[in-house]
Ligand binder design. Structure first.
Ligand SMILES: Cc1ncc(C[n+]2csc(CCOP(=O)(O)OP(=O)(O)O)c2C)c(N)n1
Ligand SMILES: [Mg+2]
Length: 328
């Protein structure tokens, strides 16, 4: 695989994205443990920041993103304003979707984030539809869909991959293989371990990448996106990573062995990347980045806290582009 070395600005950009995502998710964790602060289930991507930053930074604004229940990192890397995202998660009026989507259904049409689907395995089919539209309209974009290793066991994912390959649709299928699907370990739902191996059976390329190595993720995504853009059809990119928190913040994951957690903590993508940057003489440029990310989240929190809840009369507004009226 022909990779292009990253320049210092790109490397620092990837690092900043990961720091922002981590700071944001830490804030969600804190709030999730305060009674009454956040509605619904809160699902964070602690440990998976390198996948979000590495893949999303390789996309262009024309590319479409379809995400899943573990979406905050994808959205922040795409440039979604942390304040608007946090307000959305809190169900506030100034949220990205006016407080009507919450964390689990966020969409940002302005940034081509088509939708967040929390129906496990539905995202790849939606992505295939979006990619069909891109192909049909002869647009340049690619559709990038994130899904989990558990989702890969759903029949819908097979259908999406099969048809995308048959019609040579520009889809980057990104599997975040994070060792768990809810409380089920990877080996309990996946007989072959590697999901990218399946690519061969669809006649498309498949790559496995260390999902805790942000630069490797980024370079691999760049190469695979080139394939999608060339009209040769879809690809599967499997990022091997780890879910450091429970399925959601309500889940203390007592079913996870302590030594497994400790071993993955030792491969933290942010710590590893900071070390790599230091080794290459870029340590000085990382000074203050963490504090900057935390400040951005503090500002986001102040914005979201100050935002009111939407009034009940707005409940049925902005749900459809052309709302069906009571007159029909
Ligand atoms: C069709 C469907 N089945 C079950 C669920 C409940 N559920 C939500 S997330 C999840 C686990 C998904 O695991 P994986 O795809 O590996 O993603 P991860 O949570 O590890 O990021 C399950 C079973 C659902 N949302 N949709
Ligand atoms: Mg998983």
């Amino acid at each position: 695989m022909q990779r292009h070395p990253l320049d210092p600005d790109q490397r620092i950009g990837l690092h900043s994205d990961m720091l922002l995502i981590r700071a944001f998710e830490n804030h969600i964790t804190r709030m999730a443990h305060e009674q009454g602060r956040l509605p619904g289930m809160q699902i964070t991507c602690h440990g998976q920041e390198a996948v979000a930053a590495g893949v999303v930074r390789a996309l262009t604004p024309r590319d479409v993103v379809v995400t899943n229940h573990r979406s905050h990192g994808h959205l922040l890397a795409r440039g979604v304003d942390p304040g608007a995202l946090l307000a959305e998660i809190m169900g506030k009026r100034d949220g990205l979707n006016r407080g009507k989507s919450g964390t689990l259904h966020v969409a940002d049409p302005g940034r081509n984030v088509l939708m967040t689907s929390t129906v496990v395995g539905a995202g790849p089919l939606l992505a295939m539809g979006a990619a069909f539209a891109q192909h049909y309209r002869r647009e340049e974009g690619v559709t990038c869909v994130f899904f989990g290793d558990g989702a890969a066991a759903e029949g819908s994912v097979h259908e999406a991959m099969n048809l995308a390959a048959l019609w040579k649709l520009p889809v980057l299928f990104v599997c975040e293989s994070n060792c768990w699907a809810g409380a089920q370990a990877h080996r309990e739902h996946c007989p072959i371990g590697e999901i990218a191996t399946r690519a061969a059976s669809y006649g498309m390329p498949g790559e496995v990448v260390d999902g805790n190595d942000v630069e490797r993720v980024h370079e691999t995504a760049q190469v695979l996106l080139k394939h999608c853009r060339s009209g040769r059809g879809p690809v599967i990119m499997e990022c091997r990573t780890y879910r450091m928190h429970g399925h959601g913040e309500h889940d203390p994951q007592h079913y996870v062995a302590k030594d497994e957690l400790a071993s993955w903590a030792g491969r933290d993508p942010i710590v590893r990347h900071a070390e790599a940057l230091r080794r290459d003489g870029l340590g000085e440029r990382t000074a203050g980045l963490r504090e900057g990310a935390e400040l951005a989240v503090d500002r986001a929190a102040a914005f979201a806290d100050a935002s009111p809840f939407p009034p009940p009369e707005e409940a049925l507004e902005h749900l459809y582009v052309n709302p069906v009226t009571s007159e029909g």
